[in-house]
Ligand binder design. Sequence first.
Ligand code: IDP
Ligand code: MG
Length: 140
Amino acid sequence: MAANRTFTMIKPDAFEAGNTGAILKMIEEAGFKIVAMKATQLTPAIAGKFYEVHKERPFYADLCTYMSSGPIIAAILEKDNAVEDYRNLIGATNPANAAEGTIRKIFAKSIEANAVHGSDSDENAEIEGSFFFSQFERIG
Ligand code: IDP
Ligand code: MG
């Protein structure tokens, strides 16, 4: 996956609340192109694998339960400087600390149920995008 791409999920809280369309609108209006997208639901085991880097953190078990609690949207987004620009669009992990106008400030319910995922590096964007999408499920 090229360095101008990032990976996102619309998490169960935002999907359940019917905020998928509003979040995708913000993403497109910020200049990101959707180059892969699907609706799916993670099993606890798949969520555990996706968040394996956090397995020693105290919130890991709850996070895996939460992330498998309902449907999500997974997508690959393309834009110059995609990883950094998308992290700026979504805002801080804890919505209480997120800047005004960011996706998490507007839609997140808590530090755990924080509406969206965004990759934190080009390397992880590649790993995470490939975790969800084969080369035939994405544009380019
Ligand atoms: P990020 O999603 O902003 O990159 P990470 O530190 O990578 O934040 O954490 C991954 C996810 O784990 C967060 O998006 C959130 O859902 C959850 N999380 C992070 N910190 C906490 C916490 O202190 N309590 C509960 N859940 C947390
Ligand atoms: Mg992270």
